[in-house]
Design a protein. Sequence first.
Length: 334
Amino acid sequence: MTKPLYQSLPKAELHMHIEGSFEPELMFEIAARNGINLPYKSITDLKNLYDFNNLQEFLDIYYQGVSVLQTEQDFYDLTWAYLLRAQADHIVHTEIFFDPQSHTDRGIDFDTVINGLYRALMDGESQLGISFGIIACFLRHLPEQAAFDIYPDIVRHKDKIIGIGLDSSELGHPPEKYQRIFAQAKKDGFKLVAHAGEEGPADYIWQAINLLEVDRIDHGNRCLDDAELVKTIVAKNLALTVCPLSNLKLKVVADLKNHPVRTMLQQGIRVTINSDDPAYFGGYLNENFARLQTAIGLSDEEIKQLIHNSFTASFLPPDLIQKHLTRLQSSGHN
Ligand code: HPA
Ligand code: ZN
């Protein structure tokens, strides 16, 4: 049997929280070696909790999982495990998020986190051929001052960090709350992204565009509520990093059959497919394509467009984007 198209094509992933790739098996292993007692009897016990009604229910479990990560090696192992999955899915470039405040607030040194991530990603580049970018996200449920407090650490590692993002609980924490820190980060030359319109309204996407001046929107599903907003996103050629299995698990969509990705493509939006928190949402990147294809019958043309977009929307330099696009074409599929 020939491989499905989404499997055989090289791809980029642009929306994946490294802490959300923490598989229960590795979580238990790291907890044991760090002498930490997880509040779950078994892996099955933990997996039984992966039944979320909204973003917050997921985040509560996600931060609990994060709390076992302590040493540089823990962060290395977490990242390496993701890279092996990425390689199996034929990902050739990945831009990963991490949540520095979720670690420094527990007394873990910023350098411990970034050095573990970076060392694994560098090994992934040389041994697996996967290039990468690292995006440091501010936790939006915390005050803007907390973002300012961690920012000097991010700047200190500017050689390793390409961009700034905004994640965690969206409702009640609009992008405007972070306008000053994003303006500073823009001045300092960071790429900017923000989660917007996952649970929050279209207005949060407007704010991310107009007040934060983001280079990409993470999720952005709710843009379809506002025709003027869609027009603006298309005119600016802003990319959306959409996450189908996440949308299903967090009840952003009731059924993948209602997933808006086709509508987004038809409206001319530069949409990409991503796995978000694959250990929690039921699959890595190819599983997102597979389930979408089953649910809505993605055509070859649609798959090629989504994968093409994953490169053009990346933060790779233009010459490398072109190299990837040429490679896509020469794989005989474009
Ligand atoms: N949404 C918002 N914040 C997050 C997510 C998400 O899916 N995963 C980790 N932090
Ligand atoms: Zn996300």
